[in-house]
Design a protein around this ligand. Structure first.
Ligand code: 3PG
Length: 364
């Protein structure tokens, strides 16, 4: 059984908490999503030690991947001092934490500077555990990784799921288990392969899959269309994609926007057709944009779908993934969704029915 922070007697939350967050985004939307958890812990816990990763550094202490800037930004958002620990001398860090005034908040440098993190190394987990009395995971976006600060750590400290993680579990489970029909699943983005497992899982649950981006190009190519240099999946098992391409509940673009020999968006007719399907839906899942949303010209398809979702007030709508979320925020449409997941790969894995090591570790 997972111990949820929201259902825990605050009296038991005294002492120092090791709080795993995910600051792995260019902007601060993931940071803002966990502010309620930090505020709750700031009220009850003695001290907070925040841990996170950022990017995929290949050498230790590469400045490009440092969390120092995140510390100052978090301080601005919380209007509290954040003490940045820029080293991994755990004895020294322990003393620093123990001698700091009550209610101090710390942020430790990027955990991925340590080789043990991604290896789920128990020694590292134990060292991290030595800094605190209990542990909270509010980093859904990295919970699909068996990392030391996400999985192994729970062997050494009483562990809880944070407020944001709880929201993720509740909302994604609802979409998986009790979708109201018609259920529309929009599948786009660059990496078709990542989406396959999810499409397979939802085959019999979805009324319509609306395909765009890489997944659409892959299926169109399989059906014999020349997609030129467009993004498509080349690596995945062809047999598996062929099966998916034959699903009867897949809708494909009827027109496309090209630049030179690349498909960069769905066309206006497709946008209207997809928007109509969305208007009648009662559950809408959206994973991955329809085109190259960095460019105004090729984001029209995604914008049309986002607007259609925003106008459908009856539906439960859910999306996630950095690119899509940043686009929705830019268009001021993010608040119109029932739920925005902080996860990219984690959301896809959860929706595909896979076990997430970070969540499984909290269940033990
Ligand atoms: C994410 O951004 O999806 C998570 O932070 C995980 O990052 P990773 O894909 O580099 O493990």
């Amino acid at each position: 059984m997972i111990r949820f922070l929201s259902r825990t007697d605050p009296e038991t939350l005294r002492g120092t908490v090791l709080l795993r967050l995910d600051f792995n985004t260019e902007d601060d939307w993931r940071m803002r999503a966990v502010l309620p958890t930090i505020r709750l812990l700031a009220k009850y816990a003695g001290k907070i030690v925040i841990i996170s990763h950022r990017g995929r550094p290949t050498k230790p202490f590469d400045k490009k991947f440092s969390l120092r800037k995140n510390a100052s930004h978090l301080a601005e958002l919380l209007r509290k001092k954040i003490i940045f620990i820029d080293h991994f001398d755990f004895h020294k860090a322990g003393r620093q934490i123990a001698t700091a005034p009550a209610h101090s908040i710390f942020l430790l440098e990027n955990l991925r500077f340590l080789p043990g993190e991604e290896k789920n190394n128990p020694k590292l987990a134990k060292q991290l555990a030595s800094l605190a009395d209990f542990y909270v995971n509010d980093a859904f976006a990295v919970s699909h990784r068996a990392n030391a600060s996400v999985a192994a750590i729970t062997r050494f400290l009483p562990s809880y799921a944070g407020l944001e993680l709880e929201q993720e579990i509740e909302n994604l489970t609802m979409a998986m288990e009790k979708p109201r029909h018609p259920f529309v699943f929009i599948v786009g983005g660059a990496k078709a392969a990542d989406k396959l497992g999810v499409v397979r899982f939802f085959k019999n649950k979805t009324t319509w899959f609306l395909l765009g981006g890489g997944p659409a190009n892959t299926v169109l190519a399989l059906r014999g269309m020349d997609v030129g240099q467009s993004v498509k999946d080349e690596d995945t098992d062809l047999k598996a994609i062929k099966k998916i391409a034959a699903y009867r509940n897949i809708l494909l673009p009827v027109d496309l926007k090209w630049r030179r020999n690349q498909i960069l968006d769905i066309g206006p007719k497709t946008a209207v057709l997809y928007a109509k399907t969305i208007a009648g839906a009662k559950t809408i899942l959206w994973s991955g944009p329809m085109g190259q949303i960095e460019s105004k010209r090729f984001s029209k398809g995604s914008l049309a779908l986002a607007r259609a979702i925003a106008q459908n007030r009856r539906a439960f709508s859910l999306t996630g993934g950095g690119e899509t979320v940043m686009f929705l925020k830019k268009m001021h449409l993010d608040k119109k969704f029932s739920f925005i997941s902080t996860g990219g790969g984690a959301m896809l894995d959860f929706l595909a029915g896979r076990t997430l090591p970070g969540i499984a570790a909290l269940e033990k």
